[in-house]
Design a protein around this ligand. Structure first.
Ligand SMILES: NC(=O)c1ccc[n+]([C@@H]2O[C@H](COP(=O)([O-])OP(=O)(O)OC[C@H]3O[C@@H](n4cnc5c(N)ncnc54)[C@H](O)[C@@H]3O)[C@@H](O)[C@H]2O)c1
Length: 256
């Protein structure tokens, strides 16, 4: 269906919060859920010009930012049916050189923000007996790569969080999953090419093939829209059997 033929979602349409909604995977998720008829609050560090509506600006490395995002959704829409913690960044450096402030910020964004969003939204998610939490984790929730100590640790932690949310949420009908994609064509991947070249000692033009795509059995990047399609499935009726698990879409990475 084209954008022009879409009518605005009805006022009682379910509501999703998508963090990192101003770029890459988050923007594709916000667009897809909007196209599917949900009301979406995209949250990001700053507003962006060309996404599906202006994201609500909040720094999700802080408690205040996470609380503000939940309050903004309730103020704007009056309910919350799903949260999709997705905001993230990457930092590539050996452990001995890894900046400690970057470690703290990454743990705050990739692990503590999903916890805080779930905590603050919990009564809303439990209210209708069908709340959903889909954390955009990574294949790095399941396996490690060198030079990504904070990212791999935080993503493994996010999978542990999801398992706990699933056990605690079951009685209230809250389902929680960790989506685990391989490499996706987004600014996050493009931004690490220079650092990967430095850390691995290969020229920048070889990084995509020799480093980034090396673990994929199928040698291509995922597209953000493919990830968004799986989030839409997990938030829909077909997602009812999935909770407490990684949902892996990694082009064969973790088959080894
Ligand atoms: N791109 C990949 O290959 C890939 C693979 C697996 C998982 N992921 C995960 O997908 C998620 C989205 O990544 P992406 O590739 O779309 O990256 P991206 O850089 O395109 O988008 C990330 C968004 O998060 C926002 N953000 C960063 N810090 C924030 C903060 N403190 N508060 C609020 N928002 C903040 C950024 O502004 C940006 O808009 C991340 O969690 C990432 O780890 C990405």
């Amino acid at each position: 269906m084209s954008q022009e033929t879409l009518s605005p979602p009805p006022e009682d349409a379910p509501v999703a919060i998508v963090t990192g909604g101003g770029s890459g995977i988050g923007r594709a998720i916000a667009q897809r859920l909007t196209d599917d008829g949900m009301r979406v609050l995209a949250v990001d560090l700053k507003p962006s010009a060309d996404g599906p509506g202006e994201p609500f600006a909040a720094d999700l490395t802080t408690r205040e930012g996470n609380r503000a995002a939940i309050e903004a959704a309730l103020e704007r829409f009056g309910r919350i049916d799903a949260i999709v913690p997705n905001a993230g960044f990457q930092h590539v450096a050996p452990v001995a050189d890894f900046p400690e402030d970057r470690w703290d910020a990454m743990l705050s964004l990739l692990l503590t923000s999903p916890f805080l969003l779930a905590k603050y939204a919990w009564p809303e998610l439990a209210r209708r007996g069908d709340g959903r939490i889909v954390v955009v984790a990574s294949a790095h929730a399941l396996v490690a790569s060198p030079y990504k100590s904070a990212y791999v640790s935080a993503k493994h932690g996010a999978l542990g969080l999801v398992k706990t949310l699933a056990l605690e949420g079951a009685a209230d009908g809250i389902l929680a999953t960790a989506l685990c994609p391989g490499f996706v064509r987004t600014p996050l991947v493009e931004a690490q090419i220079a650092d990967q070249a430095r850390a691995h000692g290969v020229p920048e033009e070889r990084v995509l093939e020799d480093v980034i795509l090396a673990p994929h059995a199928v040698k291509r990047l995922l597209e953000p829209e493919e990830v968004a399609g799986v989030v839409a499935f997990l938030l829909g009726p077909g997602g009812r059997a999935f909770t407490g698990v990684p949902v892996t879409m990694d082009l064969g990475w973790t088959a080894r």
